[in-house]
Design a protein around this ligand. Structure first.
Ligand code: PGA
Length: 248
């Protein structure tokens, strides 16, 4: 049985002191949740988040990392830095990173491999634009993103990974994918993992849906057979997140 994983993606929100206060506020609300709960936070908020979450069921993740070990890469964060700070998960290849920071399937693959090398679990993002959906090439596009992201990844590593399917047109728009659309793509991703690695890996890997997940739609989305939780932007910044985590 796969354990559901519900991860907040704070994006560029909350200062370190706001982080401490919010995690303190959320701790009692999220205690005892059935799902695994992760907050992926801006780099500067990682240490206050880890400190505030200590002793609770809240796990802290990062929103990005670089694929080199160390050196002259001004402004970047190395995998070791995340590990040392207490990070467990790292979002890789979010569509905003692809769009605004020139990330490609190839850099995503390098980051995924590097994350595994350091014992971090990547939350590998994929998703189509509205044009791609309208052109009927969603599944081809997603297959390409995932195939390249997982080049060189072993079956054992893949089994522990998280994939987040986030249709770009549904991110931050309030326009959530229908449960059928979300399930169709998440099912196709699991079928691809089966094709690449076999049934056991496909049954183990966790696949999230992301894009305008909110208290009102979480239960229906997360009840789909191939959806193992969500990557949640806007709704993870408020105490409402409790209702997303406790969706049942
Ligand atoms: P949203 O963002 O929930 O605000 O749509 C999701 C994401 O980008 O991860």
């Amino acid at each position: 049985m796969r354990k559901m994983i519900i991860a907040g993606n704070w994006k560029m929100n909350k200062t370190p002191s706001q982080t401490r206060a919010f995690i303190e506020e959320m701790k009692p609300l999220l205690a005892g949740a059935d799902a695994e709960v992760v907050f992926c936070v801006p780099a500067i908020d990682i240490i206050p988040a880890v400190e505030a979450a200590a002793g609770s069921n809240i796990v802290i993740g990062a929103e990005n990392m670089y694929f080199e070990e160390k050196g002259a890469f001004t402004g970047e964060i190395a995998p070791d830095m995340l590990v040392d700070a207490g990070v467990k998960y790292v979002i890789i290849g979010h569509s905003e990173r692809r769009e605004y920071f020139a990330e490609t399937n190839e850099t995503v693959n390098k980051k995924v491999l590097k994350a595994f090398e350091h014992g971090l679990t990547p939350i590998v993002c994929c998703g189509e634009t509205l044009t791609q959906r309208e052109q009927g090439i969603t599944l081809d596009w997603i297959r390409q993103q995932i195939k390249i992201a997982f080049l060189g990844v072993t079956a054992e590593q893949a089994a522990s990974a998280v994939i987040a399917y986030e249709p770009i047109w549904a991110i931050g728009t309030g326009k959530v994918a229908t449960t059928e659309q979300a399930q169709e793509v998440c099912g196709a991703i699991r079928a691809l993992i089966c094709e690449l690695y076999g049934t056991e890996t496909a049954e183990a890997i966790r696949i999230q849906y992301g894009g305008s997940v909110a208290p009102k739609n979480a239960a229906e989305l997360f009840a789909q057979p191939d959806i193992d939780g969500g990557l949640v932007g806007g709704a993870s910044l408020k105490t409402d997140f409790e209702q997303v985590v406790k969706f049942k």
